[in-house]
Design a protein around this ligand. Structure first.
Ligand SMILES: [Zn+2]
Length: 219
């Protein structure tokens, strides 16, 4: 189907036989339909920019107040929406479990990606070294302008000087490092910037409330 080919994916995770994942664009609003996923299987992550990760055993409509979901069940499709924050996909082909993480600057400082790795270890016995990770579209380190109050929360290697008293923050790099430090070596960054990509919604480019969707499910 032509439309399905236009779902963005992390190329390195595409060939995983047990994992289904994708990111919608403005062109395809409905990523579930494009991936052939039944909308009734969706469990929506009601993000709050924290580091709480919850295990999902059956479709639950919406889970409020969490920034990470983990599952090892087929028939559970984890879903979240984004407009500059990063979706992170985690997949353990050994234990056959997956996570979807919502990481903005607050969640990154709170350690949400690390928390998802720990949740996969605690719930399913995943070894971090066996987890494969993909960091999806998000605002890049050349575009994500922040003030000192945000920049100062990050290690200096993720921050460069911007205009005047502003700084530029590389959230993808910070999350890659966080995953590496949690023992996940196999991390792939898609490298598609929401602000610079016309077919992806960006809060910074046009704060009109539009968002793209990310889905992670077992198959
Ligand atoms: Zn950019």
């Amino acid at each position: 189907m032509a439309v399905a080919a236009r779902v963005l994916t992390i190329p390195e995770l595409d060939s995983e036989p047990g994992l289904l994942h994708g990111f919608s664009t403005l062109v395809i609003g409905n990523v579930a339909r494009a991936l052939g996923i039944d909308a009734e299987t969706l469990t929506v992550l009601g993000a709050v920019h924290g580091a709480t990760v919850v295990r999902v055993d059956e479709p639950r409509d919406v889970i409020q107040g969490v920034d990470g979901l983990v599952t090892d069940r087929r028939g559970v499709s984890m879903f979240a929406t984004f407009a500059d924050c990063f979706p992170i996909v985690l997949w353990d082909p050994e234990k056959r479990c997956a996570a979807l993480v919502h990481a903005g600057w607050r969640g990154t400082v709170a350690g949400v990606a690390r928390a998802a790795v720990r949740a996969m270890a605690a719930e399913y016995g995943s070894k971090p070294s066996q987890i494969r990770a993909g960091i999806g579209p998000g605002i890049c380190g050349r575009c994500y302008e922040v003030g000192d109050e945000v920049a100062s929360r990050f290690e200096s290697r993720f921050v460069t000087n911007g205009q005047g008293d502003r700084f530029l923050l590389d959230l993808a790099a910070a999350n890659r490092a966080q995953l590496n430090e949690a023992g996940v070596e196999d991390v792939h960054v898609l490298g598609l910037c929401t602000k610079e990509t016309s077919f992806l919604p960006s809060h910074r480019r046009s704060p009109d409330g539009s968002r793209f969707g990310a889905i992670v499910a077992l198959r």
